[in-house]
Write a protein that binds this ligand. Structure first.
Ligand code: PLP
Length: 385
């Protein structure tokens, strides 16, 4: 049976070049990067090399990169430590209704600690309207956190504009760029962001590795207490193979980005159009143009997303419905509800996210299989007949 992986927004396979780059740091150069002996120093140099590779991918200085255990930790560190360290500036945070739970739940935790939160609505295409942000800003707003691209519907926000509006009142702007780093151009200077989270496993690097970009001069603190690793910004023995893998993945992403981006845009346009043409009562979710290359998200009336996933899996196609973190729960995705979709519609969501190894043949196969799956599921549904 064919095996077609279309769940790259959940995670990506580790690129063989990345894997090879990591191996020596498990076998020969296993020293602790904080040790003074030659093994330790070799490991430390590899970490600094990776810092340069990651910084280069996002247009930052190496000194502005803090390695973390991934996107979730970077989001937690950015939001919690910034708010705790800048209380004189204010105790008000703004975020959007479609953020990943790594941001939303972190903000909710801060509310329990007495901070104030405004959650901005988005329009039907998943965009935060600049005027909505402008109206929510207050003199005591210290931080605005709005994701670069959404993991479920792929909408890419107008970050430069949102960051500029935030700066007008002297607040700091954080973006969760976990879904965009390595997939579309991300440049912290062009975007005007102060804090940015990234994760290695979304760009063909290993899981459990990521970073927080903190612009020079932005006051944040360490989220973990312990040793003085990462210039006192992240306690804990550095995950040298994970960091080296992230660095290599960043280097490869930088080289391959234009080519991958164009190919994925083409594939996702064909897949989207093919689905909409072949299956009635279907809608595209997210922005039709400003969306992640390779990301197709749709809702089918009268069917359950979970059933579609099981049927697709029986044909060797791996996809998802809502985000990996929320699947398993029967609640419809908070993102789709925030876009204004009815509960019944949101239940019929499908996300197909392609990556660098997907082909036109993969798209054709999905288009060959999916219409019949939906047709059969609708025949079984009391509403779909
Ligand atoms: N933010 C977004 C937008 C994501 O898509 C994810 C993962 O799916 C995360 C944060 C969490 O990143 P990590 O898995 O590295 O903790």
């Amino acid at each position: 049976m064919k095996s077609i992986y279309m769940d790259h927004s959940a995670t990506t396979p580790v690129d063989p070049d990345v894997f090879n780059a990591m191996i020596p740091y498990y076998t020969d150069i296993y020293g602790n990067a904080s040790s003074v002996h030659s093994q330790g120093q070799k490991a430390a140099r590899a970490v600094e090399n990776a810092r340069e590779q990651v910084a280069s991918l996002i247009g930052a200085s190496p000194g502005e990169i803090i390695f973390t255990s991934g996107g979730t930790e970077a989001d937690n560190q950015a939001i919690i430590t910034f708010m705790s360290s800048n209380q004189k500036q204010g105790r008000h945070i703004i975020t959007s209704a479609i953020e990943h739970h790594a941001v939303l739940h972190t903000c909710e935790y801060l509310v329990k600690q007495g901070f104030e939160l405004t959650v901005l609505p988005v329009n039907q295409e998943g965009l935060v309207e600049p005027d909505t942000l402008r109206a929510a800003l207050r003199p005591d707003t210290a931080l605005v956190s709005i994701m670069h691209a959404n993991n479920e519907v792929g909408t890419i926000q107008a970050i430069p504009e949102l960051a500029a509006i935030t700066h007008e009142v002297g607040a700091v702007f954080h973006t969760d760029a976990v879904q965009t780093v390595g997939k579309i151009p991300v440049n912290v200077k062009d975007m005007g962001v102060d804090l940015l989270s990234a994760s290695s496993h979304k760009l063909y690097g290993p899981k459990g590795s990521g970073c927080l970009f903190a612009k020079k001069g932005v006051r944040i603190g360490s989220y973990l207490y312990g040793g003085g690793h990462e210039r006192n910004m992240r306690a804990g023995t550095v995950n040298v193979p994970g960091v080296v893998g992230f660095g290599k993945a960043a280097e490869l992403a930088q080289q391959r980005l234009p080519q991958n981006q164009a190919a994925l845009k083409d594939l996702s346009q064909r897949l989207t159009q093919g689905i909409l043409d072949a299956i009635p009562n279907t809608r595209l979710t997210g922005h039709p143009v400003h969306r992640l290359p390779g990301s197709v998200s749709v809702c089918f009336d009268y069917v359950e997303g979970e059933s579609i996933l099981l049927m697709l899996d029986s044909y060797g196609i791996m996809a998802s419905s809502g985000s990996a973190c929320t699947s398993g729960s029967l609640d419809p995705s908070h993102v789709l509800l925030a876009l204004g979709l009815a509960h019944e519609t949101a239940h019929g969501s499908l996300r197909l996210t392609m990556g660098k190894d997907n082909t036109q043949e993969d798209v054709d196969y999905v288009l060959q299989v999916l219409p019949n799956i939906i047709k059969n599921l609708r025949l079984m549904s009391p509403l779909g007949q």
